[in-house]
Design a protein. Structure first.
Length: 154
């Protein structure tokens, strides 16, 4: 049997697909529909609908609050615009797992060739950066990752 998080994720993805890539939902209404607490909805949004996975999530709390979720439409954006968006939204540090999610998405969306993805993964892996203590390792990884992505834009 599927976990509740998986069911909620599937439901939201179906809503997004039927709404041409963007949907606005109410956290409490969704929690009532699935008979769960609103924090369960937050968990699904935080873990399944992140920038790394190709989604923008906007949230406004309060009585008239909403959650707006948009799937990044890579097909209508040039690869350069997509890479620039990732570089500008990444932040100052990144884990190996997050970097690999980005890279896998780049390959899936044909923004990078598989060989380029493998090189990015190798350069940002803990095998290379493992001697550097956290959190400095994740800061260095972000710098390397951003510079390598920027070099692809030239």
């Amino acid at each position: 049997m599927a976990r509740l998080s998986d069911i909620i994720e599937t439901f939201i993805k179906e809503l997004i697909a039927s709404a041409d890539g963007a949907v606005e939902i109410q956290r409490n209404e969704l929690a009532n529909q699935f008979n769960c607490v609103p924090s369960q909805i937050n968990y699904v949004l935080d873990t399944r609908f992140s920038v790394e996975r190709g989604y923008y999530v906007e949230s406004r709390r309060g009585g008239g609050g909403y959650i707006r979720i948009r799937r990044v439409d890579v097909c209508n954006n040039t690869p350069a615009r997509y890479l620039m968006h990732i570089v500008s939204s990444m932040g100052d540090s990144i884990t190996q797992q997050s970097a690999e999610i980005f890279i896998n998405n780049f390959i899936d969306y044909n923004v990078l060739r598989e060989r380029e993805g493998l090189m990015l993964k190798a350069a940002t892996s803990d095998k290379v950066l493992g001697n550097i203590p956290l959190p400095e390792r994740d800061v260095l990884r972000a710098g390397i990752f951003k510079n390598m992505l920027m070099s692809l834009l030239v």
